[in-house]
Design a protein around this ligand. Structure first.
Ligand SMILES: NC(=O)c1ccc[n+]([C@@H]2O[C@H](COP(=O)([O-])OP(=O)(O)OC[C@H]3O[C@@H](n4cnc5c(N)ncnc54)[C@H](O)[C@@H]3O)[C@@H](O)[C@H]2O)c1
Length: 242
């Protein structure tokens, strides 16, 4: 069934690029009133938000309350990747990755729930990763942040269920997706062609995902077609973890 999000208000963090950008497009195509929030505000339509800032979140949510009176969908897609093992990771880098990837999702869930529960409830979708399910030797901070998002998602889902808020919360776990996050890592590597090939060879389907393939899943989780789905993790990894 085609998803109909007309009448719903959606907020997408990290919506200026990659998975967030594709998701914002899909949600809007399905009829939602979409607010895109990002650090990068090159597009004048994008609302400025640093997801690590509590006052920033409070201001964005208050603005949505005033202008729309409701929030139905939150997609926490803002995230950063640092390739570093436990020995080479600096404490500053650790804090930066945990700050954006985990604190950002904590704040987003916390403040979105406050507004969602005042109207008809809602759906929160947290961008996690297969790095929240399995470890990588050179992903110390990223693994820790995504492992945290995976279980924070379940805690949020259970809290909302217990409070009878009609707010669902789920996590999405992609493997490599062809976005600026990944192209930067490939471009900075000593032999980009070889790096790309070695990434593709790790994936049973033999290629990276496209952002739209992840956005399809997010659209389902945002819609009323998934009203019995909460606290769950959705792996989209071309067979990697199989
Ligand atoms: N691309 C992948 O292979 C992949 C795989 C698994 C999971 N993910 C996750 O999906 C999400 C989206 O990744 P992507 O590949 O689209 O990345 P991307 O780099 O293309 O986009 C991320 C966006 O987040 C924004 N952002 C970064 N820090 C921010 C902050 N402090 N406040 C607000 N916005 C901020 C950036 O400006 C950018 O627009 C991330 O959480 C990422 O960890 C990506």
């Amino acid at each position: 069934m085609a998803h109909d999000l007309s009448g719903k208000v959606a907020l997408v963090t990290g919506g200026a690029s990659g998975i967030g950008e594709a998701t914002a497009r899909f949600l809007a195509d399905a009829g939602a009133d979409v607010i895109v929030a990002d650090l990068n505000t090159d597009n004048a339509q994008t609302v400025s938000l640093d997801v690590t800032s509590e006052s920033g979140w409070q201001a964005v949510i208050e603005n949505i309350r005033k202008t729309r009176g409701r929030l139905d969908i939150l997609v926490n897609s803002a995230g950063i990747l640092r390739i570093a093992d436990i020995e080479s990771s600096s404490f500053d880098e650790w804090r930066m990755v945990l700050g954006v990837n985990l604190d950002g999702v904590f704040l987003g869930c916390k403040y979105a729930i406050g507004l969602m529960k005042q109207a008809d409830g809602g759906s929160i979708i947290n961008l996690c990763s297969i790095s929240g399910l399995v470890g990588g030797h050179n992903l110390a901070a990223y693994n820790a942040s995504k492992g945290g998002v995976r279980l924070l998602t379940k805690s949020v889902a259970l809290h909302c269920a217990r409070k009878k808020y009609a707010i669902r919360c789920n996590s999405v776990h992609p493997t490599f997706v062809e976005t600026p996050m990944v192209s930067e890592v490939i471009a900075k590597s000593p032999d980009p062609e070889r790096t790309r090939r070695s990434i593709e060879e790790q994936i049973p389907l033999g290629r990276m995902a496209q952002s739209e393939e992840i956005a399809e899943m997010i659209l389902y989780l945002a819609s009323d077609e998934s009203t019995f789905v909460t606290g769950s993790e959705f792996v989209i990894d071309g067979g990697v973890t199989a």
